[in-house]
Write a protein that binds this ligand. Structure first.
Ligand code: MN3
Length: 234
């Protein structure tokens, strides 16, 4: 099997566990066309499944063009590099330490971020979490409303391009924001959930109204099962 040749499947295995799907269902999404290159993971739902909130056209371009471009760039940058056989996460951690590898870091991190983002949403998502995650949000933020306030602020105040996150940091839930491709993995934190706030994520559906996109993400799209499973397996 080619699939075992590269440990990039750590990410896939993590996501499979995270969304409680049988491994092969997601393994298909990050398979490689040969042992050396990454392949665009499939969306976990149909392109029009998030309508009317995020349109099929957005997902067609965001997934099919932007995410694909990061995959293509990463494969080109890794060609004949010693990193070529490493896992996606090891590539990110290695490149994060070396300013000369900024191109590799940016593209590898964006491959990871987008794969994680697709799973951070689901059709008929949104609303409040339940169970252990809900209890931990109350304990660490004070209340769900306080979490919402922090998450909205993180997304809205990330100047320019970047990401808003719910992370686990030394046992505690936190809301963070990162610029461009940066991600919790590079800061020793465990990502539970992410929201893309690059303009390409929302411009066709919301134009300049980033706060409306953020509210819609929380009310209609967020996949709390992903965060709950990530918390359980952290
Ligand atoms: Mn994006």
């Amino acid at each position: 099997m080619q699939l075992t040749k590269r440990e990039c499947f750590k990410l896939v295995a993590g996501l499979a566990a995270a969304v409680a799907l049988p491994f092969p269902a997601i393994a298909k999404t990050l398979k490689k066309e040969n042992p050396m290159s990454f392949v665009l993971p499939e969306l976990p739902y149909a392109k029009d499944a998030l309508e009317p909130h995020i349109g099929a056209k957005t997902l067609e371009i965001h997934h099919g063009k932007h995410h694909q471009a990061y995959i293509t760039n990463l494969n080109n940058l890794l060609k004949d590099s010693p990193l070529e056989l490493k896992s996606l996460e090891d590539i990110i951690l290695d490149a994060a330490k070396d300013p000369a590898k900024a191109g590799i870091f940016n593209n590898a991190a964006q491959v990871w971020n987008h794969t994680f983002y697709w799973h951070s949403m689901k059709p008929q998502g949104g609303g409040k979490p339940t169970g252990e995650l809900a209890k931990k949000i109350d304990a660490d933020f004070g209340s769900y409303d306080k979490f919402v306030e922090e998450f909205k602020a993180a997304g809205a105040t990330q100047f320019g391009s970047g990401w808003a996150w719910l992370v686990l940091d030394k046992g505690k839930l936190k809301v963070t924001k990162t610029g461009n491709a940066d991600l919790p993995l590079a800061h020793g934190q465990t990502a539970l959930l992410t929201m893309d706030v690059w303009e390409h994520a929302y411009y066709l559906d919301f134009q300049n109204r980033r706060p409306d996109y953020i509210s819609t993400f929380l009310d209609k799209l967020v996949n709390w099962e992903l965060a709950a499973q990530n918390l359980k397996h952290a």
